[in-house]
Write a protein that binds this ligand. Structure first.
Ligand code: DLL
Length: 432
């Protein structure tokens, strides 16, 4: 039923394993210049349970930057075989180095994640992620091979070639970023293929925030089951938390990571079930362990147990990033609130962008929304009605009325890789 024995561990077994591993991680981390000085006076005997992790300090993105490139390595450079770098969603990138053992353990975590989503060695997996420093390329690739799937390293872009490969090699699983999935579904139809007739069954979607509405849209447009996959380069890459076939939140692989959720302002744990910032610790990475890393991602633990039987705790889909929030007219707004409204409206096409603008002395949001071809009619009154309806639904959700600009389908430029959802134009243009 499970790919790996530790998936069946009961809570008490997981807690015991985490405590043992946490002690070992701290001992190992001390061999690096950074933790060697940070944890000089820390005695691992203080770690009696995994909960004692709160006695350890946080590690931030700034720490990783200041230690770039080798400050967190616990062993000589000769022992390392791979490097990845984070996409630098905010600020300059940071590099993560892996030993052979780290690569093997990561591939096994990925294979286990895919198995949990119903993928088997008889499946054919096409990876539409860019290969290179981004972990969505080689990370997914090695996991898929480890599981024994025929793996097609198609890489990003070139939708025609992607479609041809999918049809020629009976691709049953796609690894695809959600914003690209929406675009791709549209392109498949435009190329004259019926998505329902395509061989695919499963999509692994992750690497960027998306709403449940977006998942449903992808499933409907592509006639596919879409599973959410979470990870970040600092914690290896994908394979940190993954949805099982129940599709009810993502299991964090707790034999390999400790997850905590804190109030970003105080650093204290939030009550179980409440949203906060996810903090992650590697438990098995030998070459470059990271302790209590502040991911800046907002989520919550889903209370209760999953019907699949695994007791590895589940996190909810990422609600946004701590740094994603913007304040307009005194109201805190997250991009995912806007996406949720847009993706639930049938007239709205597959792409949108949120622009922060300045009107006089006030900040305002302008939402550019692609309208589906069928709805883009010449009658201005129909479009105006749609525009008003979008604005009023958005106002109900975010409590300010944004400017809504309707644009033709496929007219918002599609970025390669992760979608850029928010553009800050406040210092670039003055609006009357
Ligand atoms: O995006 C790793 C990955 C690759 C995950 C492929 C899943 C699939 P980074 O480029 O370092 O690593 O970006 C990590 O992306 O902190 C989140 O903000 C965001 N992110 C990743 N997965 C999800 C997800 C990869 N499922 C950053 N939902 C993270 C929402 C996600 N956001």
């Amino acid at each position: 039923m499970y790919y790996h024995p530790e998936e069946s561990f009961k809570r008490s077994e997981l807690d015991k394993l985490q405590t043992e591993r946490l002690r070992a991680v701290v001992e190992n981390a001390k061999k690096s210049p950074f933790y060697g000085s940070l944890l000089k006076d820390f005695d691992v005997s203080e770690l009696n349970t995994a909960k004692d992790i709160t006695k350890l300090p946080f590690t931030t993105k700034d720490d990783l930057r200041s230690q770039y490139p080798y400050g967190l390595l616990t062993r000589p450079l000769d022992d390392f075989v791979r490097l990845h770098a984070s996409s630098g969603t905010t600020g300059s990138p940071t590099a993560i180095l892996y030993t052979q053992n780290d690569i093997d353990l990561w591939a096994a975590l990925m294979a286990r994640s895919m198995y949990a989503a119903g993928i088997r060695r008889s499946d054919v997996l096409q990876n539409t992620s860019g290969y290179g420093l981004f972990t969505g390329g080689l990370g997914i690739h090695y996991g898929s091979e480890r599981l024994g799937c025929l793996t097609v390293p198609a890489g990003a872009g070139n939708t025609r070639r992607q479609i041809k490969l999918i049809r020629d090699f009976n691709v049953t699983v796609l690894h695809i970023i959600p914003s690209f999935a929406l675009y791709f579904a549209q392109k498949v139809a435009e190329e004259g293929f019926d998505p329902a007739e395509m061989p695919w069954k499963i999509a692994l979607i992750g690497a960027e925030p998306h709403t449940e509405e977006t998942r449903q849209r992808i499933e409907e447009l592509m006639h596919i089951k879409a599973y959410n996959s979470y990870g970040l380069t600092e914690m290896n890459g994908p394979g940190v938390a993954f949805e099982c076939t129940e599709q009810s939140g993502m299991h964090v692989w707790e034999d390999a990571y400790i997850a905590e959720i804190i109030d970003p302002a105080t650093g204290e744990h939030v009550p179980e079930g409440e949203i906060g910032e996810l903090v992650m610790t590697t438990l098995t990475r030998e070459g470059m362990p990271i302790i209590r890393y502040r991911t800046r991602d907002l989520t919550r633990f889903i209370p209760g147990q999953c019907a699949c039987g695994r007791e590895h705790r589940r996190i909810d889909r990422i609600a946004g990033r701590v740094d994603d929030m913007f304040i307009v007219k005194g109201v805190n707004i997250y991009p995912m609130q806007i996406e949720q409204v847009l993706m639930s409206m049938p007239e709205v096409g597959q792409n949108y962008v949120i622009e922060l603008i300045r009107e006089g002395f006030m900040d305002q949001i302008r939402v550019k929304v692609e309208v589906k071809e069928d709805y883009f009619v010449e009658d201005m009154r129909v479009l105006q009605k749609l525009q008003k309806s979008i604005a009023s639904r958005l106002c109900n959700e975010v409590l300010v009325t944004p400017r809504v600009e309707l644009v033709m389908h496929d007219s918002i430029p599609k970025t390669a890789g992760k979608a850029i959802r928010v553009v800050d134009l406040r210092d670039k243009e003055e609006e009357g």
